[in-house]
Structure formats: structure tokens, C-alpha cells
Ligand binder design. Structure first.
Ligand code: SAH
Length: 389
């Protein structure tokens, strides 16, 4: 078997459970290998540390799949998928039929995302090792979930960084024209073929529910609304009105469709195709609740400084445009901006606004998006709920 020996001192994070070995941590590689092969990982003194997926095309040269003395094969893969699915059972009930079933490193399945959409599944395969096991993955999810269809959306930048071409389409059954999902009793259309991520932002389910609880009687501005998730929950919670802002016309069409699907329309729903930065800068309107759920401004550490300026600007604009006593729900899904930096940015914006701002809630992705405590990179979604006096 292929073995990868680490440099002196580079074994610590692996021993702590971090699943990534970067190219700079490797002293030598022994044996013939192809990208996606499994490899043994040894400390500098030759001690066995476990097994990982090897990929010479990626800066993350090895992704650990098993610890010392643990096996990793098709049976283990199937068992981990089964366990991950079983642990989500409490999320699914008559009111919610969709959630993330497998969350990559968070479920010890590096590079595998499985999202349940009503009676079907959408998978994303993002590492060479997982790509090699795709047939096993599909068989395992088909066996444990009996889905009506399985489609694939392996079309993200992460594939390129692993040296993999994009791969999307239907794998099992027939590709549905449109999928309607249920979340906390509300209905949403999800575009599994063309939509963002695998079709819907499943990670915001719990945060949208909280938002609904704040919205009664309030005027809402849902910035970066995409398919209108926060607006629909806000209106269901009794919001007086919701103004949805997104730069994408197709996003606004789906947002308006989702409002109508739940019986909301008329003068309670308004939408504006605009850049949120420009919109918040120019508008004279004030809102009781403002949501800021932008796309990742930083895709890697090198972009963190520019991203920080972007986050500070929109948060400052939100603090200026919110009514006294109003709330701001603000998020970042940039990996390269960690929870501490995000707080610092938002708090600095609050200070610049010269208003009294309180933190009411600290938010993250829902429990169907767990992260491994040893792998803080998995904690991508951070949110704060703030009251602005
Ligand atoms: N809040 C949404 C998810 C937001 S995804 C939900 O709950 O489902 C981010 C959205 O921001 C995308 O729809 C994208 O079109 C939009 N977007 C990106 N840059 C933007 C900008 N500068 N101004 C307005 N919208 C933008």
C-alpha cells in the first residue's frame, strides 16, 4: 500500500483528529499511486497514524478517513453513511421532509455531501478519493434511503482544486422537473439541476425559524434573499411586509414563487433586483428587521481582508437602516473568515454606526451540518442576531 510519511512535528494535528495533511507536511511518499487511492499515513518516526485519500493534484494531499488500527473499505463507507442518515431522523417529520444527510468531514466522509429533497437525493462528490468510491456511495444511499431519484451536482470550484472535472446529472430514476420541499411546515421549490449549492440553502433552516419568531408585525428587508427562505418564514410569522433584494433575477422569480406557494403575495411581498451594497446605501426606507445572508466574500485566506471590508460595509449599512429597537440577522459563510473575525467585523461596524447594539443570539448551521471539533474549517456558517436601539 502507498504510504505517506510526515515531517517531524507535523503529526500533531492528525493525532488531534484534524483530517487534512497539506503538501508541506509531507516528508516522503512511497509506492506507486494514483490520485484518489487510499494511503497509509506515518509519523516521521514511522508510527502508523491511520488511512487517508491521497491526491497529488490537491494542496490537501491526504484526507484522513480512518485512525490508527481502524479499517476503511466499502463496508465502513456504507456504515458511516447509514449512521449519518439515522442521526438525522429527529429532524424529519410531517413538517420537514428535507435536510442534509451527509456533511463531508463533519460525518467522517471527506468530500461527500448527500442532501435529501423530499423523496429524492442530491449528492455532491468533491474529492478524488470519494470520486473513486462513487459507485459504492450511490449503492449505499440507494439501499439505506430508497430514494425515488438520485441526482448529482458535483460542479463546484472544489472539484477543480482536486483536479476533477465537473459532473452533474441524474444517476438513478428520472430527473424531476421541479421539486417541492417542506421545511417547518412551509413549502419551497428547489431547483436541483441549476440552483445554488445542491438547490436550496438547507443550512439556514433553524435560523429562518428563529427569524420567523421575531417577525410578527414587522417590516422586513431580506438582503441576498435567493429563493426567499427568510421572507417566507417572516411572513408566516406575521411580518407586515417583506422586501426581497437579490442581484439575480431568477433568484427573485423563485423567491416570489415561494411566497405565493405559501399564500403570501400582494403588498406584503416586494422584490428588488439590486446590488445590496448600492440598495442599502441609497434607500431612504427603514426596516424593523434586516437579514444579511451574503454569498462567501472570501473563498480562501488571501481574500479575507477584502471580504472583511465587504462584511463591515453591509453591516454598517444595515445598522444605519434599521428602525430603533429593530433586529439585524447577519451571516457569513466564508470559511476564511472564522467566527472570531466575523464578530470583530460586525462589532466594529456597530461601533461605527454609533448606535447601542446588543447580541441576542449566536447562530451556526443546523444540526444536520455538524462539524468535527478538530476541523474548525467545517464551521463555515456563522450568524449573529443583534438588536439595535
Ligand atoms: N438567504 C438565502 C441564501 C442566500 S445565497 C436563503 O436563505 O436561501 C446568496 C445570494 O446573494 C444569491 O442569491 C446571490 O444571487 C446573491 N448575491 C450575490 N451578490 C450579491 C450582491 N452584491 N447584491 C445582491 N445579491 C447578491
Amino acid at each position: 500500500m502507498l504510504t505517506v510519511r510526515l515531517k517531524n512535528g507535523k503529526d500533531k494535528s492528525i493525532r488531534m483528529g484534524h483530517p487534512w495533511v497539506f503538501s508541506g507536511a509531507i516528508a516522503s511518499v512511497q509506492g506507486n499511486c494514483e490520485n484518489g487511492d487510499t494511503c497509509g499515513v506515518l509519523s516521521s518516526s514511522g508510527e502508523n497514524l491511520g488511512t487517508g485519500f491521497y491526491n497529488a493534484a490537491s494542496a490537501i494531499r491526504v484526507r484522513m478517513v480512518a485512525g490508527k488500527g481502524e479499517a476503511f473499505d466499502g463496508a465502513v463507507l456504507e456504515r458511516r453513511i447509514g449512521t449519518a442518515v439515522a442521526r438525522r431522523a429527529g429532524i424529519l417529520d410531517g413538517r420537514t421532509d428535507s435536510c442534509r444527510f451527509v456533511n463531508s468531514e463533519g460525518d467522517r466522509l471527506p468530500g461527500l455531501i448527500v442532501d435529501k429533497y423530499a423523496n429524492g437525493l442530491c449528492i455532491q462528490v468533491l474529492t478524488a478519493g470519494m470520486e473513486r468510491l462513487k459507485r459504492h456511495v450511490v449503492d449505499a444511499v440507494a439501499k439505506c434511503c430508497s430514494p425515488e431519484f438520485i441526482c448529482e451536482r458535483s460542479d463546484t470550484d472544489a472539484r477543480g482544486r482536486e483536479g476533477l472535472a465537473g459532473s452533474s446529472g441524474i444517476i438513478l430514476g428520472a430527473m424531476p422537473q421541479a421539486v417541492t420541499i417542506r421545511e417547518n411546515g412551509l413549502m419551497f421549490g428547489a431547483d436541483l439541476a441549476e440552483g445554488q449549492k445542491t438547490g436550496f440553502f438547507l443550512d439556514q433552516r433553524e435560523n429562518r425559524r428563529l427569524f420567523g419568531a421575531y417577525a410578527a408585525g414587522k417590516t422586513v428587508c431580506d438582503c441576498f434573499c435567493y429563493s426567499g427562505g427568510f421572507s417566507v418564514y417572516g411572513l408566516a410569522g406575521g411580518a407586515a411586509s417583506s422586501l426581497m433584494v437579490d442581484i439575480s433575477e431568477p433568484a427573485l422569480t423563485s423567491a416570489n414563487d415561494n411566497c405565493r406557494r405559501n399564500g403570501f403575495g400582494g403588498d406584503r411581498c416586494e422584490s428588488v433586483a439590486a446590488n445590496v451594497f448600492d440598495f442599502l446605501r441609497k434607500t431612504d426606507r427603514r426596516f424593523d428587521c434586516i437579514v444579511l445572508d451574503p454569498p462567501a466574500f472570501a473563498r480562501h485566506k488571501g481574500e479575507a481582508a477584502a471580504a472583511a471590508r465587504g462584511y463591515k460595509d453591509i453591516n454598517l449599512l444595515a445598522f444605519k437602516n434599521v428602525e430603533p429597537g429593530g433586529t439585524v440577522f447577519t451571516f457569513s459563510c466564508s470559511n476564511a473568515v472564522d467566527a472570531n473575525l466575523f464578530r470583530q467585523i460586525v462589532f466594529a461596524a456597530a461601533a461605527d454606526s454609533r448606535r447601542f447594539v446588543q447580541v441576542l443570539h449566536v447562530l451556526s448551521a443546523g444540526p444536520d451540518h455538524p462539524f468535527n471539533v478538530a476541523h474548525r474549517e467545517g464551521e463555515y456558517l456563522k450568524g449573529l442576531v443583534l438588536r439595535v436601539e
